[in-house]
Design a protein around this ligand. Structure first.
Ligand SMILES: *[C@@H]1O[C@H](CO)[C@@H](O)[C@H](O)[C@H]1NC(C)=O
Ligand SMILES: *[C@@H]1O[C@H](CO)[C@@H](O)[C@H](O)[C@H]1NC(C)=O
Ligand SMILES: *[C@@H]1O[C@H](CO)[C@@H](O)[C@H](O)[C@H]1NC(C)=O
Ligand SMILES: *[C@@H]1O[C@H](CO)[C@@H](O)[C@H](O)[C@H]1NC(C)=O
Ligand SMILES: *[C@@H]1O[C@H](CO)[C@@H](O)[C@H](O)[C@H]1NC(C)=O
Ligand SMILES: *[C@@H]1O[C@H](CO)[C@@H](O)[C@H](O)[C@H]1NC(C)=O
Length: 450
């Protein structure tokens, strides 16, 4: 701009730039909208309204494609999430939130949700401050739609998606939605609690060699093992929730799977999530508040209502061995709270330096402090940490070396040691310890010398 000394040429350039913007503003007037978060709040206490997941109050917005509707909802007064609800008023069961725009960044009363003529979809506070947006201004958007599969899209004139909600999951995947190693989205993140809609402690992540469930981003509590892929040294490209229509003994059924695709091999591993006899195109996979993975299917019935069915739970008490991947609930980090012994999905004890006592919510370790002279270790036999099954630990090392590593590390709360393979795991959080029928597995828990 410094090259143009005359103010006239600057004005001329501004004029050109301005007309360029106008020619790019292509959303037809009847496709733009602006909805304000105000008016009556619904809850579920009269015959017209039904309860939504997390029991919020909510305001439905006009965009609706059966059975999906955008709403402002809040579980805390004056802190609204713009969410996509699945289910209908006529469903005789709780409606579920399967996508949301602004987790962790709630908006207040009178916030606006708008599609401007420039094609940018914006969630803003009443004072105009933008809280969330699709960043699609002047990118050729001509319209907005909620598709029948629950994908919220901004389309260009050729019908391509300039932006789609399927690329921005929070804790839920719908049928046809993918996680991708390159370009993302590469993970689901759990919700902190029913009332607090911020990121929780758990994530479901796609990596080049595996799918992993992490506690706090770095402690795996489950990971897929795809031996055929590892043998051929191929890399995962994406994981997609799909329905596979199949026939078995002349019965048609739909099997729900998380298909793992790669660009190099014809072997496509998948996570089997069960079978249904009905059209299950309305289903979702959820990383729950508790870190568990569950698949739900939605079935419309002839009366115009619908019901939800829980089809698959990865960490489950009852484990039918029919090819599906199941884990004991004891492998959920928080199954027994801050500290507890777990066996067959039950919390069975609270370990203390003086022996195991009855488990309760209060079961915890005492802070060992930092100075090595201020703490000692007590031993537990036949237990594993939740990370042990899916991480290698270090080794072979001597137990004394494993111990001194923990002793020197202030943040280490204890260590786990397998005497048969001389392997060592350092634990920064103890959480749920699984009872294992293996006398070579030991835990050493730090405790203050009182
Ligand atoms: C807007 O108008 C066009 C042309 O009349 C029509 O095809 C389209 O369905 C309208 N969109 C909405 C949201 O009403
Ligand atoms: C929302 O806006 C309306 C006017 O449109 C106003 O009467 C009301 O007080 C506002 N609510 C809040 C909480 O600011
Ligand atoms: C596996 O593949 C990667 C690249 O995709 C390559 O760098 C590595 O050498 C391969 N390993 C084996 C054992 O073939
Ligand atoms: C997933 O990966 C496969 C294999 O590379 C590819 O054909 C497919 O288009 C990908 N799907 C998505 C949704 O990214
Ligand atoms: C299942 O339902 C969807 C719409 O909900 C429809 O598009 C699809 O064709 C149906 N599939 C079968 C096999 O009936
Ligand atoms: C204990 O675990 C090791 C592997 O860590 C295994 O080789 C051994 O057979 C197990 N022993 C029992 C009694 O389960």
């Amino acid at each position: 701009m410094a090259a143009y000394s005359s103010s006239l040429s600057s004005i001329f350039i501004c004029f050109l730039f301005g007309s360029f913007l106008i020619s790019e503003a292509v959303v037809p007037a009847n496709e733009t909208f602006r909805y304000v978060n105000q008016g009556d709040l619904r809850f579920g206490n009269d015959y017209l309204d039904f309860v939504s997941e997390y029991a919020p109050t909510y305001r439905p917005l006009p965009p609706f494609t059966f059975p999906f509707q955008l709403c402002f909802y809040n579980t805390t007064p004056n802190a609204y999430t713009l969410g996509l609800r699945m289910g209908t008023i006529r469903s005789q069961s709780v409606m579920r939130w399967v996508w949301e725009a602004n987790r962790g960044k709630p908006v207040r009363e009178n916030a606006t949700f708008s599609l401007g003529s420039d094609g940018n979809l914006i969630l803003a506070e009443a004072d105009g401050r933008i809280v969330w947006q699709t960043n699609t201004a002047n990118k050729g958007v001509v319209g907005f739609a909620i598709l029948p599969d629950g994908n919220v899209v901004l389309r260009d004139s050729r019908g391509n998606f300039v932006w789609q909600s399927f690329d921005y999951p929070t804790d839920t995947l719908l049928i046809g939605q993918s996680l991708r190693v390159r370009g993302g989205p590469y993970k689901l993140v759990s919700r902190a609690s029913v009332t607090n809609n911020v990121d929780g402690d758990y994530s479901f992540v796609i990596e080049p060699k595996r799918l992993v469930l992490y506690y706090k981003n770095n402690m795996p509590y489950w990971s897929s093992t795809f031996p055929e892929l590892n043998r051929k040294n191929v890399t995962i490209v994406n994981a997609t929730l799909v329905i596979q229509e199949s026939e078995y003994e002349e019965n048609n059924y739909n099997s729900l799977r998380c298909n793992i695709l790669n660009g190099q091999s014809w072997e496509f591993p998948y996570i089997d999530m069960g079978q249904v006899q009905y059209n299950s195109s309305l289903s979702y996979l959820r990383l729950g508040i508790d870190g568990n993975l569950r698949l739900y299917t939605y079935r419309s019935n002839v009366q115009g209502g619908a019901t939800w069915k829980l089809l698959y739970t990865m960490f489950d008490k009852s484990q039918d061995d029919n090819g599906m991947i199941f884990e004991d609930e004891c492998h959920l980090p928080n199954r027994c709270g801050k500290f507890g012994l777990c066996k067959d999905s039950q919390c069975v004890g609270c370990p203390t330096p003086n022996g195991v006592v009855e488990w309760s919510e209060d079961c915890n370790t005492k802070s060992p402090g930092c100075k090595a002279s201020g703490f000692k270790y007590y031993e537990l036999k036949g237990v594993d940490h939740f990370t042990v099954k899916y991480t290698g630990g270090t080794g072979p090392v001597k137990r004394s070396d494993c111990e001194s590593k923990c002793t020197k590390d202030c943040k280490c709360m204890g260590y786990f040691y397998h005497t048969d393979r001389s392997r060592c795991w350092i634990a920064y959080e103890l959480k749920t310890l699984s009872r294992v029928g293996n006398s070579t597995h030991y835990a050493y828990i730090k405790t203050p010398i009182s």
